[in-house]
Design a protein around this ligand. Structure first.
Ligand code: ATR
Length: 267
């Protein structure tokens, strides 16, 4: 039996238990996947209690990804560069921290949407934690360049600099986005949460793939993409399922089938 869980606050609406139950059924593995509401200042203690019950691993969501990063005794390169951990595997007294968010995005783009990112121009809106988590996995697909545009230009510049040893990444303000088409635009700002879409040069979306990391509703970014001639528009539901699959594989070494799960979630 794999004893797994997701820690968050709030955690009530998490889809992870249902996704992992479907993975368990497909792979024939026995999995107990719980939802654990940790107190805001009590993440480490909650984890400790779970470990004492014989846990094999866990996921971490808002607002504990940095706590998990600090708690891990070992980090994958991916997690190190992301500066955040969403998956921990427990091996004896080691806590191995991974971040599957970026892998999830790449797998959704390449496997479910059938895109190749090699040689492509990618524009990312936003330079917060979400962006930091996806840059390295995107660079591993060998795009020609990644441009990070952010409301606060200095944050985008700093982020781009931190990843420069891994590929061509530049950072600048949203106002410096050119009205020239790119291949893929990823919305990694939290603006959609407030029903906003930053004002940017619209020509960049012409015939582009537009992907919002958010899921669950049509976002202002997706409306903007539609109004500006995007070729493919997607929310982040596929990424959610793919990051869960990458976590499941990290714990169990079994690769689940994600398409049937995505289909079911889309209803
Ligand atoms: P997350 O972990 O979701 O990335 P975050 O680290 O708080 O959250 O980052 C939020 C990102 O959304 C930032 O890039 C932020 O821009 P600033 O760095 O300038 O704050 C961006 N963001 C949030 N609201 C925005 C808005 N209304 N317009 C443009 N960008 C916005």
């Amino acid at each position: 039996m794999y004893e797994l869980a997701v820690f968050g606050n709030p955690i009530g609406h998490s889809l992870s238990p249902s996704i992992h139950a479907q993975f368990a059924q497909q792979t024939g593995l026995k999995v107990n996947y719980a939802k654990i509401l940790a107190p805001i200042d009590g993440f480490n203690q909650s984890v400790q209690q779970f470990i004492e019950k014989g846990a094999n691993g866990f996921n971490v969501t808002v607002p504990f990804k940095l706590d998990a990063f600090n708690l891990a005794t070992e980090l994958t390169l991916n997690a190190k560069m992301a500066g955040a951990v969403n998956t921990i595997k427990i091996q004896k007294n080691k806590l191995i921290g991974e971040n599957t968010d970026g892998l999830g995005l790449v797998n959704d783009l390449t496997q479910n949407l059938g895109l190749s990112l090699k040689g492509k121009k990618i524009l990312i809106l936003g330079a917060g934690g979400a962006t930091q988590g996806i840059i390295l996995p995107l660079l591993r697909q060998q795009p020609s360049q990644i441009m990070v545009a952010n409301r606060t230009a200095s944050k985008a510049e700093k982020l781009a600099h931190n990843f420069s040893q891994y590929g061509s990444v530049s950072g600048f303000g949203l106002d410096k986005i050119k009205s020239e088409p790119v291949d893929l635009i990823i919305n990694a700002t939290s603006a959609s949460l407030d029903g906003n879409m930053p004002e940017i040069a619209s020509g960049c979306a012409d015939n582009a793939i537009c992907y919002d990391l958010m899921y669950g509703k049509q976002t202002p970014f997706m409306d903007w993409a539609k109004n500006n001639n995007a070729s493919i528009i997607s929310d982040g539901l596929g990424m959610l399922v793919e990051q869960a699959a990458s976590s499941f594989e990290f714990w169990t070494e079994k690769k689940p089938d994600t398409r049937s799960v995505i289909k079911k979630l889309r209803g």
